[in-house]
Design a protein around this ligand. Sequence first.
Ligand SMILES: Nc1ncnc2c1ncn2[C@@H]1O[C@H](COP(=O)(O)OP(=O)(O)O)[C@@H](O)[C@H]1O
Ligand SMILES: [Mg+2]
Length: 349
Amino acid sequence: MFTVSIIGEKAFSNWPMRITIAQVVLLLCFHEVSQLNWCFTIYIILLTKVLYQHVRGTIKAVLLGFGLISLYTIIRASYTSFSTYSLLASTSDFLTSLAVVLIIQYIVEMERQKNALKEAMKREEMMFEHEKMRVVGELAAGLAHEIRNPLASLRGFLQHSKQRQHNIEPWYDLMMDEISRMNKLTVEFLQFSKPDPSSYRIHSLHECLQKVVYLTGPKVSDLGLRLVYVDNKSDMKVRIDMSKMVQVFVNILNNALESMAGIGSGTVTLRLSQEGPRVVVEVQDTGEGIRAQDMKQIFNPFFTTKVEGTGLGLPICKKIVQDHGGEIEVSSSPGLGTTFSVSLPAVSD
Ligand SMILES: Nc1ncnc2c1ncn2[C@@H]1O[C@H](COP(=O)(O)OP(=O)(O)O)[C@@H](O)[C@H]1O
Ligand SMILES: [Mg+2]
């Protein structure tokens, strides 16, 4: 009956406790009838199972172990005579059960910790996925919103012209502006695309910044501003996607120039230096600065304080720099100017 109860255990899985009690009772009966001392082994196996399934907490487990071994000892005493040998045997039995209890507790505790760790990792992974979806959703919603407004105004013009035969020629420029704006948004948005690591090459950052200076030159002189490039002459190498990195500095420089355009004069300084294993590029302007309440938001997609802004420049810069294993930092004093600093891992010779 004891064996059957073990084999049939799965069939009564809704009552694990009752089945366990039944097994203990049946084992006691078997022991009493058979009067076999090796039943001790079965007690230990049953104890192991019970501890594993039902019992948490060392004190409870030790009490249970001693309880079960006491039952074994009582039954054994009923068919053996009392002697020093049987006393020693009982002591050994209790010590064995104590060892079993402690080992099982240790294993259960280890397993519990392992599961908790696994659980935490799974939760973290889910949160990461969730965050990713949230960002994608936000980007999509933002882009849709930004494009809907110019699209709605274009639609309005066309409808007007169609229904009432209005001549919309005077608004051609306005309509063209709206189309350009949508174009600018989508072109900038495309820069969010994943970088292709195979396009990373070892370049000197000096070469990259020279291109940037060359590209922004016309805008600097148009606005009547000054651009100073300070290069510390050492030839620092970085592994980059050249066109993307040029884009980063052009974006940052454009912001610097735009912040000084309102003032009408100013200098933007581009400084290249090395700090330990990293190469640092600073872009310092003497523009209007960033207000403290805007500081938290400047890297958020679509955040802009400009009438013509897209709010995509900085988030794209941040993403490209991070894709290159770099960091981007800002410090600003409203009214005095802003410094963006981009650091990238240097490639040693
Ligand atoms: N050098 C700077 N000086 C002052 N404000 C800046 C500077 N760079 C960025 N900003 C602020 O951060 C905002 C976001 O910049 P960006 O993402 O490039 O979008 P956009 O230039 O289209 O507005 C800007 O609208 C501006 O308010
Ligand atoms: Mg910008």
